[in-house]
Design a protein around this ligand. Sequence first.
Ligand code: TRP
Ligand code: SF4
Length: 346
Amino acid sequence: MSETQTSLLRPRVLSGMRPTGKLHLGNYMGALANWVKLQDEDKYDCYFFIADLHALTTDYADTSAIEPNTLEVALDFLAAGLDPQRSTIFVQSQVVQHFELPLLLGMITPLGWLERVPSYKEMQENLANKDLTTFGFLGYPVLMASDILLYQPQFVPVGQDQQAHVELTREIARRFNQFYKFGEHEVLPEPKVLLTPSPKLPGTDGRKMSKSYGNTIQMTDPEPVVRQKLKTMVTDPARVRRTDKGDPDKCPVGDLHKVFSSSDTLAKVYDGCRSAGIGCIECKGWAADALVQILKPIQERRASYSAPQVLEILEDGSHRARARAEQTMEEVRSAMHLPFASANGR
Ligand code: TRP
Ligand code: SF4
């Protein structure tokens, strides 16, 4: 069976990420590791992309970081183990259909739906230094719905924070299908959320690991940096002196052990911490060991790609994505009776 035939039979999966620059362990555990698992299961036809146009919704006033950040994220995708032979890896703006479908879906999306999206008001308040009273920022969910629906995927693996957006995508698809028909099947099938299990991953200050808190461990951090960051990481506040007993369940370092350490090490951490048999310095050393081990193959893979290779992989992935997206657009244009749009020099 040819590659295209197998990809026709397998359910499609699509997800994306904003180009925030070099990714951290939270991004890895909360998304990438799960994407790689889906790819490796071999059951799905996988599409993963970098949402560079989404960066414009908040960073339109200074766009200079978008290109370098996009390339860093692409490298982190590959470093994590996404394989361009098995997954279609692409850049949103390199697939022109991502400019086309949002305009059409925007015509049928009621303003009330957009104003009701929970992240809308919240982000406007959080990013008060930016003027987000724009058409583009309000329309962000239409952009995201288009990203998804262009590939007619069955599943969208995302974290809980993106669930409301996929719900809205389903509502927009439903409305489209009510207005416009083409043949027997629905033009824009409603995709399902595939909720990514995301373990609690604290940053060095004990809060959720996040770029905006400046408390991250980067996927690219070399061993000495990882060890240094662990050394200054906060611990169970009850353990002030070496002789104080502590509780790994109240310690961010304990949370790291739960995610990354072997059950043997974890047992030693619980015993040693609760009996004050070990010191925090030793315990943090073990956590650093576990992180270094996870990061090693990731960093080796990252180093194996040159910049021109990454560009070629994205070019090739975007080429494949365009072909798939165009298939959907042909149905969309026909269903909407837009024959002139079809003759658009393609
Ligand atoms: N909104 C997502 C985020 O901020 C990124 C994204 C854009 C996305 N388009 C998507 C995720 C389509 C899944 C599917 O992380
Ligand atoms: Fe945290 Fe480990 Fe210290 Fe216990 S021994 S408080 S788990 S760093």
